[in-house]
Ligand binder design. Sequence first.
Ligand code: GLU
Length: 446
Amino acid sequence: MLDEKLEPIYADVLRRNAGEEEFHQAVHEVLDSLGAVIAKHPHYAENALIERICEPERQIIFRVPWVDDRGQVQINRGFRVQFNSALGPYKGGLRFHPSVLLGTIKFLGFEQTFKNALTGMPIGGGKGGSDFDPKGRSDAEIMRFCQSFMTELGRHLGEYTDVPAGDIGVGGREIGYMFGQYKRMTNRYESGVLTGKGLTWGGSRVRTEATGYGAVYFVERMLRRRSTQFDGKKVIVSGAGNVAIYTIEKVQKLGGRVIACSDSNGYVVEESGIDLALLKEIKERKRGRVSDYAMARKGATYVPNGRIWDVPADVAMPSATQNELTGADAKTLVRNGVLAVGEGANMPCTPEAVRTFIDANVLFGPGKATNAGGVATSALEMQQNASRDSWSFETTEEKLRTIMHSIHDNCAQTADEYGSPGNYVLGANVTGFIRVAEAMQAMGVV
Ligand code: GLU
């Protein structure tokens, strides 16, 4: 139940964003945490501040025409939702996936605003993408698509305005094609306009690893509150993309055993532990599937269309996509004795799943906090670009670790202050909200 002051605000969000269920879900989750804030500090509900926070500053939708390898013209839809710039230029990734709709980008931009605030760095929130499906497309097709996409998006960007990066379907290759097109359009080498760039042309060390590594640091810090650690733990990581791969890498470095990972077709279990070098070879170099991995390993079992959450584990790190872990999955995990769940993806657990974990006293790290290491390292990339500097791997990783620990500690402290010790969902939503709200109030009605 939402606070009575927040109920009409939510009703309005439903009415004005009809059919955009993921956006409704993301807003509801934050409003659910804000009842406690406005009870304590009623001024945060003044001047329609919460209504303004729920309304994106700008939403851009555009046509992306391109020519495929057979010479046929293809049309996709491009989006950029510039959600909130109270704390800095809009910042957030681009997602290329056939499921992308305006509501998807809106939910991601909303989440991004609070996530970015939690990092304590000068970045606002935004998100973009397209319903383009990169699967099975040639390099040349990807390039032509990225060029066409940037031709339209470019006019809305700038290092002080809006700084995109990667997300699902957008990695180093795509950022390269988009940066090249932006540079050509503007005749400027504006390094700070995109993050996730290659190391030889303005990228930051650790950016590739950052989301996964950061998520593991966050969970490590939660485990410490129960006087335990990753060493010797059984871990399952859904997904097999960038976040999953570097989550697996860091868990393994800390002595954990990752026994399962997945993609949209199925999951693979290997009790002795996933062979990360092989997984990287298949996913990063060959752009293959986890079924290819299972085929290459004697000890691995492939379960097509199965639920990875059926595999008993101490720690679960959902790192694929939104709503991939349902209430029923959460019950299975709890029954199997899961100790901690850290969201590597954005909103991978449904509201029922989150409730199940919190009720069962499972350590639960919400994506806004747990996966903030990616965007935090993007902000470190912006810092290096602005000072024309380039830091070592060790220096950059140390900064990432410090940021993740402070995000964890701030969330934990806020949860204590608001009478819900251990509730990181409340801690993250309230901490992020207050930072954005303070800046918005200082700037007046804009
Ligand atoms: N897409 C990532 C996220 O969800 C990274 C965004 C960025 O680096 O700007 O936070």
